[in-house]
Design a protein around this ligand. Structure first.
Ligand code: NAP
Length: 305
């Protein structure tokens, strides 16, 4: 079902190119315009046939009914400033950033009142980057969180954006901005931080050689290395822009880790077993809820290599 006539995608990486592929395949829009800061990425996107690739932000957005910012979070406010004079009245502006509060505050300040700004975040992804990494089924049966400001709640723009994401195969959840940032801090941002840290620590350990880390990286550690391969710019921006929520969750995490450390030190086996029983139950409920698919925002998966 066609929801929009023209959509503009700015930033043709994993997420932007996946939206283009899914939009083309499902027919949720008539025309897709794309642009990227990198001329080389634009050229590659053109060769991949993702849509009509244009060189400037102005050319990309001026006739669009929906503009989607698919860049790292840190550049979105500059992008909003650059595109603002070229947006036609009634355009819906949204984004796919993994952080919502900082994006809303900085982007909203630049946009004219004649457009509808509704931030969004598809809970779908892989550790890969660039236009070649995208695939059309990325959003299939995955959640997409929309965080509309009060003025957009129950409005036509929100209904259209919801229909767009549902057209791409997503299930849409409406959530307050602050809640999004706290939920994602514990379910996505902190797990990534732990992965970056454990891979760095293992590599630094003088008693374990790099060769041994690679050779014996079975099971859990291998999964961590995959997550730790996620895009450095994207994740730098996530941590810098969701500082408070991440630090709050990190505080709780450290307290619980200290309790486990104590239980190990004092040989409290029953406490350890009870804790692991509880986490095993949580895993079961995730599987039962159908959330254990190949591609998710935790950085696992995508099409098999
Ligand atoms: P990506 O593959 O690195 O793609 C981002 C693209 O944006 C790159 O081609 C980059 O070009 C381009 N770009 C950077 N600055 C720009 C600017 N000022 N104007 C136009 N293009 C610009 O990243 P991604 O994984 O698609 O992530 C994009 C967004 O989605 C991020 O905000 C991220 O938080 C969010 N997200 C990611 C995931 C995930 O799992 N990856 C999941 C959900 C949401 P250069 O490479 O030349 O800098």
């Amino acid at each position: 079902m066609t929801v929009f006539n023209q959509i503009a995608i700015i930033g043709i990486g994993l997420i932007g190119s996946s939206i283009a592929r899914a939009a083309k395949e499902t027919g949720v829009c008539e025309r897709i315009l794309l642009t990227d800061a990198s001329a080389e990425v634009c050229q590659r996107a053109g060769s991949l046939g993702l849509g009509d690739v244009v060189e400037s932000v102005k050319d990309c957005v001026e006739t669009a009914d929906l503009v989607l910012m698919c860049t790292p979070v840190g550049v979105m406010s500059d992008l909003a400033r650059d595109m603002a004079p070229h947006l036609k009245p009634g355009t819906i502006v949204s984004d796919v950033g993994s952080v919502k509060s900082a994006v809303y505050d900085t982007v909203h300040a630049y946009l004219p009142e004649t457009v509808h700004f509704i931030p969004g975040h598809p809970i779908a992804g892989t550790e890969k980057s660039g236009p070649e990494a995208g695939f059309s089924s990325l959003f299939q049966d995955r959640w997409c969180i929309l965080t509309p400001p009060e003025a957009e709640e129950g409005g036509d723009a929100l209904a259209q954006l919801t229909a767009f994401w549902e057209g791409l195969g997503s299930k849409v959840e409406i959530m307050p901005i602050d809640r999004h940032d706290r939920v994602l801090a514990i379910t996505s941002h902190l797990p990534h931080l732990i992965a970056f840290n454990i891979v760095g620590t293992a590599h630094d350990l003088e008693s374990v050689t790099e060769g041994e880390v690679v050779k014996f990286s079975a099971g859990g550690f291998r999964d961590f290395t995959r997550i730790a391969a996620s895009d450095p710019i994207m994740w730098r921006d996530v941590f810098l822009n969701n500082k408070e929520a991440v630090l709050e969750m990190l505080g709780r995490f450290n307290e619980d880790l200290t309790a486990l450390q104590r239980a190990i030190r004092w040989g409290e086996g029953e406490q350890l077993r009870a804790f692991f029983e509880r986490t095993r139950g949580i895993r079961k409920s995730i599987v039962d809820a159908g959330q254990d698919t190949d591609a998710d925002d935790f950085g696992r998966g995508g099409p098999k290599d």
